[in-house]
Structures are given as C-alpha cells and as structure tokens.
Ligand binder design. Structure first.
Ligand code: AN0
Ligand code: CP
Length: 317
C-alpha cells in the first residue's frame, strides 16, 4: 500500500477486517517489519486518539516514531503556490515536504478542512502535495474530506459487536456549537457502503453530504424514523457541504441530540462516536454512559486500524 486516504486503498474489505482481528490478537508479532524504519506523524491540527494510537501502532511494529506539530514549534507553512511570501509564513510546504520525506520512511498527515474554500478542501490540496512531493508512502490521519483510520476502526468495532449478519447502522447528524468538517461522516459512509450492513443516514435538510461518499445510501430526514430497529447508532456533527452554505452551521436544534428518547425505538442499539464528543450537545450523559455505549472500545480499535495500514505500507516498501 502506497497511500491510504479512502476505503478502496484497503482492497478487499473483509480481508482487511480479518487481518485487523489477527493483528489485534498478535500485536507484537510483526516487530521485525519496522526495524530501522521511521514513522513521521505531521499534525496541522489537534489530536488525542490519532496521535497516541498511531504512535502506538508504529511502536508495535518496531518502528521509530517522530511527531511534528506544525502549529507548535515548526515554521508556519504557506500552502499555495504563487503567493508572494511577505506575510507571517516563513516556509513553503513545497520545500518542507521533501525535507520531511528525507528523514523518514512513512508519513501520516492530519490536515483538517479549513471550511472556507470548498475546492481547496475537496481537492485534498494538502495531503495530495505530500503524496506528490514527499517520495514516501502517505496515510491520512484525517485530511480535508476523510478520516479513513477512524472509519476502519468503526467497521472493526461493528464486526466485533454485531449480533446479526447484516445489522442496521444509522449515521445521525447531531448539533455542535462550532463548524466541523465532513471528513468523519464522509469516511463512515464510504466504509458502510462497502460493508455488509443496512446503512441509513439521517440529518436535517441542508446537511446533505457529497454524493461521492453517500453513493445512493438511504437518507431519512426524520431522525426518529431512521432510528427504528437500528443495531448501531453513529452520531457526528458536520457543517453544511452543499453550496452556497459550505462550512456553515445551519441548525443547532437540540432535539437532534441523541438521548434515551431516540435510543428507545432502536433494537437496543449500540452507541458510537469517534470522540472527542461534547456531552449534552451530541449525546446525553445517560446514553454515553449506558452499557450500550461502545465509544471506548471503538477508540481502542484506532490502534488496530492504524497498525494494519502501517503494516501493509511497511510490507510494500
Ligand atoms: C474533528 C472533526 O469533526 O473532524 C475531529 C474528529 C476526529 N472534531 C473536532 O474538531 C471537535
Ligand atoms: N477520533 C479522533 O481522530 O480523535 P483525535 O482527534 O483525538 O485524534
């Protein structure tokens, strides 16, 4: 594997999940793969889970790991070509990328959507420059339009907890005070559309996601109706994707906050969220603390999804 930005990069998805469950049972069985290999993780944005789980995955594989926080201690990077650099950014990403590439064997990138230029975001301008100019395999640790390590961990978690062959999985929008990217719901839809699940998306009107990820999945605007008989509820906020509202908050309607009221019509569904989560905006204390909440094992599986991706990249070097 040379790049990891979406579900297709994993090839056969059932095989990828099988490999994940094997890795989970034998985390230290592949330590030879990473000997004298260096993983560089580059963060343009904050992180708790991705930072720790990906570093742990690299260490499980015997790698040396380095972390660079672009906004804390590194030079601020100009990302657009042609800019006269007389402002506050002393370095251009087009020099920084090959320099970073020269010190390592694999690079993970976190570069969120900036939500002010849809074309810049949806062209994946930042991570694609890393793919083009670093000379090294690149994986997304949440780029502008996707968070495939999260969605892979989510799928592994659903496989572990499902009680029927084809569970009903509902992705629900929920309110949030700040505008958030569409990366997490995009990748979740990308994966669920390829998995053996009955997938339904529910959100208020105006929050329709990019058709490239939705791909004809069922969209139900009535949240209560969508939740009926669900086996898994996956909550997430995102800002509007559609023009002319790209990146905007269209609703803060707290009737969409996941509570016992909606969970009552499900098939005793498991509750999932990628975290970090704002309690009593996205989900009530009671639901996230209930025995049906699997947010912690879901987060723990981030180590496993990262390990499969890094392992496959090491095998291809
Ligand atoms: C980010 C997002 O919604 O994309 C990261 C989630 C993993 N969340 C926040 O910024 C709160
Ligand atoms: N779920 C997730 O990616 O969390 P962090 O932003 O803390 O890495």
């Amino acid at each position: 594997m040379k790049t990891y930005t979406n579900v297709k990069d994993l090839g056969n998805l059932q095989n990828a999940v099988k490999e994940a469950l094997e890795v989970k049972n034998n985390r230290y069985g592949y330590k030879h793969l990473g000997e004298n290999k260096t993983l560089l993780m580059v963060f343009f944005n904050s992180s708790l889970r991705t930072r720790l789980s990906t570093q742990k995955a690299g260490m499980n594989l015997g790698m040396n790991t380095m972390v660079l926080d672009i906004n804390q201690g590194a030079w601020q990077l100009e990302t657009e070509r042609g800019v006269i650099m007389d402002g506050d950014k002393p370095e251009h990403i087009l020099e920084a990328i090959p320099v970073m590439g020269s010190y390592c064997d694999l690079i993970g990138i976190r570069s969120f959507a900036q939500l002010n230029d849809k074309t810049f975001d949806y062209n994946e301008t930042i991570i694609n420059q890393f793919i083009q100019y670093s000379g090294k395999p690149i994986f997304s640790m949440e780029a502008a339009t996707g968070h495939p390590l999260q969605a892979f961990a989510d799928l592994i978690t659903i496989e572990e907890y499902k009680k029927t062959a084809r569970p009903k999985v509902v992705l629900t929008w929920a309110p949030h005070p700040r505008a958030l990217p569409q990366a997490v719901p995009n990748s979740f839809a990308d994966f669920m559309n390829e998995a053996d699940v009955d997938f339904v998306i529910t959100h208020p009107e105006g929050y329709e996601l990019d058709e490239k990820f939705v791909r004809g999945a069922k969209v139900e605007y009535n949240q209560m109706k969508a939740f009926e008989n669900a086996d898994f509820v996956y909550a997430k906020n995102w800002s509007a994707y559609q023009d002319p509202n790209y990146g905007k908050i269209l609703s803060t309607d707290r009737s969409w906050t996941v509570s016992d009221r909606q969970m009552a019509v499900t098939n005793n569904a498991y509750f999932m969220h990628c975290l970090p989560v704002r309690r009593n905006m996205i989900v009530t204390d009671d639901v996230i603390e209930s025995p049906q909440s699997i947010v912690i094992p879901e987060a723990a599986n981030r180590e496993i999804s990262a390990q499969v991706v890094i392992k496959r990249m090491l095998e291809a070097i």
